[in-house]
Design a protein around this ligand. Structure first.
Ligand SMILES: CC(C)(COP(=O)([O-])OP(=O)([O-])OC[C@H]1O[C@@H](n2cnc3c(N)ncnc32)[C@H](O)[C@@H]1OP(=O)([O-])[O-])[C@@H](O)C(=O)NCCC(=O)NCCSC(=O)C[C@@](C)(O)CC(=O)[O-]
Length: 360
């Protein structure tokens, strides 16, 4: 990445007194999703991140039509919140170029949201310009953005081209404010909440402060990311205990990559700590361009399978839930489009069972 730039805008004191990272936005927060649930209930919301987090790291060119088709299939399977792409620099993440066209290829459905990642003012301007050209549509192409920060300076440098966490928060704050002013909901991400691929173990107190700062900017929910996929359940528990001291658990989500095979265990740990929103990626697609070696997010099929017939139910648009069989089919379909097999364990298991049953 290019050289570190100094932050042109100094941080001003904010209203969240206990946070190291102070922001000036008074709390004008986006409301919860309509289907959002109190953490006390056992209904789990899945944020399907396959089309964004899953595809952003692919080497080959993926046609826009395939990306839109993926999203349409996910909605048909019951997904209620599908991250559709990013308004980031195509120089750094070429797979997300054309997100505007992807949004235009989506069959909108009431109650389904299609957030997009926005890293800076330029990304927001590009999105708002697109939305203004579709202002006569009965349903907006999207009503939500996701902004992203990290819990280490080193990852901030790699992912956001800024030297420090504080600089990145200062850049995000006006983006969040402008988005809220335009009536968009804002979700936040904190990357590397347990391990940073560049600087090692992360202090949970830093995660707490970054999360609080994002909340204070007006994010209705902050997703805590084990970007590297190395976290173990006891480490996730440690971070959650710390963050919950300042941000209510019903404003938190879990985002676990599966590099070391602990993602489902981490999901279950997060649920046992009161988290009710989990990010997941169909077919286990993905990786992060700035986390060398990291594999995809926890597979949506694996989460659905783990929660099936348990004390938890999953919110969705097919008979009130997300259809596991349909999700398995989508995982295989998109993996084949990318020239490989689904890496979802549940996806492979269901396929093997179907083949066995066919032979009987
Ligand atoms: C961070 C920035 C914005 C810094 O952008 P910058 O400060 O402008 O610096 P830059 O040198 O990186 O900019 C490169 C070029 O991109 C342009 N540019 C700049 N911004 C935009 C934009 N929004 N849309 C379109 N173009 C843009 C900019 O104008 C410049 O154009 P040039 O002068 O070379 O012609 C840029 O480097 C960037 O977009 N990087 C990609 C970041 C990214 O997408 N990371 C992956 C997503 S985060 C993630 O995966 C983690 C998460 C959320 O899943 C959770 C987890 O797992 O932890």
């Amino acid at each position: 990445m290019s050289t570190i730039r100094a932050c042109s805008r100094p941080l001003r004191p904010g209203s969240f007194a206990s946070s190291t990272f102070r922001t000036s936005t008074s709390i004008q927060r986006s409301g919860p999703r309509k289907y959002g649930t109190a953490a006390a209930s056992n209904v789990v919301n899945i944020v399907e991140v396959g089309p964004r987090d899953g595809l952003q790291n692919e080497k080959g060119v993926i046609p826009v039509s395939v990306k839109s088709e993926l999203i349409n299939r996910l909605v048909d399977a019951g997904a209620l919140l599908v991250e559709a792409g990013s308004f980031v620099s195509p120089k750094w993440v070429p797979q997300m170029a054309g997100t505007g066209e992807v949004l235009q290829g989506i069959r909108q459905k009431p109650g389904v949201h299609f957030p997009v990642l926005v890293p800076n003012q330029k990304g927001l301007e590009n999105l708002l310009e697109l939305l203004s050209t579709h202002s006569n549509s009965p349903v907006p192409l999207t009503d939500e953005i996701a902004i992203f920060a990290a819990a280490s300076d080193a990852f901030t440098k790699a992912n956001l081209n800024l030297a420090t966490i504080a600089e990145s928060l200062a850049r995000l704050e006006p983006v969040a404010r402008a988005a809220l002013d335009k009536g968009l909901r804002v979700r936040g991400y904190v990357s590397v909440v347990v391990h940073c691929p560049f600087s090692g173990k992360v202090d949970p107190k830093v995660v707490k402060d970054v999360t609080a700062a994002l909340r204070n900017m007006g994010c209705y929910e902050v997703s805590l990311g084990d970007t590297v996929g190395r976290a173990r359940p006891h480490e996730v528990a440690e971070v959650l205990e710390e963050v919950k001291k300042v941000v209510p658990v019903n404003m938190l989500a879990g985002h676990f990559h599966d590099t070391f095979g602990t993602a489902v265990a981490n999901v279950m740990t997060a649920l046992s700590h009161g988290i009710r929103t989990i990010d997941a990626s169909v077919g286990g697609l993905g990786g992060c361009p700035y986390s060398p070696g990291a594999t995809g997010n926890v597979a949506t099929e694996d989460v659905l399978y783990a929660l099936k017939d348990s004390e938890y139910s999953v919110a969705g648009g097919v008979n009130g839930t997300i259809d596991l069989d349909k999700m398995v089919n989508i995982g295989w379909w998109i993996s084949e489009q990318l020239g490989r097999e689904s890496i979802s364990r549940a996806g492979r298991g269901v396929k093997a069972r179907r083949e066995r049953e066919k032979k009987q």
